[in-house]
Design a protein around this ligand. Structure first.
Ligand code: CO8
Length: 258
């Protein structure tokens, strides 16, 4: 596998994945999505990793799917052949937290990729949008589904129908992003958040992710029941014993991730 469209590095149980097509504003093509999916699966299976961060360049997290690559596709290519769409869902299989660190443009598939992550930390120059309608298409990787959940139906309709971009401040007010920081502090903030998560018990971190995701796809009663089962399961971990013992002994916990 060539790594040329993404760069990866690991520090303190955190894997950083940098989208690396800066000249094309990280336009997402098959090769990039293949490499991204493979890297995510590799880090998810690695006991030494607890959290992942996906970022782009200062100018663009990703300006969308590669328009040149799909301009001449027919219905048969995209439906029967499953071109474009087939590599995009890998991230949904990832059980450890994935943070999007967004600077600059996150448009179309780029905005959708950021929304597939577990939370988004934005630089103050970030711009989010679903401009597909200007190309004669519509969002195809969850934009019409995740955006209304994140920012309300009204704002999602506004963005998908008019193609207007939302700046970082509006995105934070609307709930699309969890934090906005000055652009020059983006990576420090995102890696700091990831390191904080990586210091927690990994099985508990995974249970939190799974439980919050359950709230997305189930009724309140089903979600509460799921959370209760996870809560009970937490008492089967060594880390629960250590976490509570450490509190009572007034010292920081040392989790073994089991
Ligand atoms: N695809 C391919 N190339 C791109 C893309 C893109 N999405 N965005 C930018 N580029 C390229 C430009 O063509 C340009 O290349 P070159 O230098 O060779 O001419 C280079 O990046 C720099 O771009 P600009 O010169 O346009 O830079 P500006 O600063 O003037 O403008 C913008 C920046 C506003 C971001 C502008 O580039 C733009 O509007 N880009 C397109 C945004 C867009 O429409 N995105 C949606 C694409 S469609 C989509 O994402 C559908 C997703 C469906 C996923 C389905 C899978 C399941």
């Amino acid at each position: 596998m060539s790594d040329e469209m993404i760069l990866t590095s690991v520090t303190d149980r955190v894997a950083l994945i940098t989208l690396n097509r800066p000249k094309a504003l990280n336009a997402l093509n098959d090769q990039l999505m293949n490499e991204l999916g493979a890297a995510l699966l590799k880090f998810d299976a690695d006991d030494q990793i607890s959290c992942m961060v996906i970022t782009g360049s200062e100018k663009a997290f990703a300006a969308g799917a590669d328009i040149g690559g799909m301009a001449n596709f027919s219905f048969n290519d995209v439906y029967q052949g499953d071109y474009i769409t087939k590599n995009w869902e890998t991230i949904r299989r990832i059980r450890k937290p994935v943070i999007a660190a967004v600077s600059g443009f996150a448009l179309g598939g780029g905005c959708e990729l950021a929304m597939m992550c577990d939370f988004i930390i934005a630089a103050d120059n970030a711009k989010f949008g679903q401009p597909e309608i200007k190309l004669g298409i519509l969002p195809g990787a969850g934009g019409t589904q995740r955006l209304p959940k994140a920012v309300s139906k009204s704002k999602a309709m506004d963005m998908c129908l008019t193609a207007r971009m939302m700046d970082a401040q509006e995105a934070e007010r609307a709930g699309l992003v969890s934090r906005v920081v000055p652009a020059e502090r983006l990576m420090e903030e995102a890696m700091g958040a990831a390191k904080t998560i990586a210091e927690m018990s990994l099985p508990i971190v995974m249970m939190v992710k799974e439980s919050i995701n359950a709230s997305y796809e189930s009724s309140l009663s089903e979600g509460i029941r799921f959370e209760r089962r996870m809560f009970h399961a937490a008492f089967a971990t060594e880390d629960q014993k250590e976490g509570m013992k450490a509190f009572l002994e007034k010292r920081p916990a040392k989790f073994k991730h089991q």
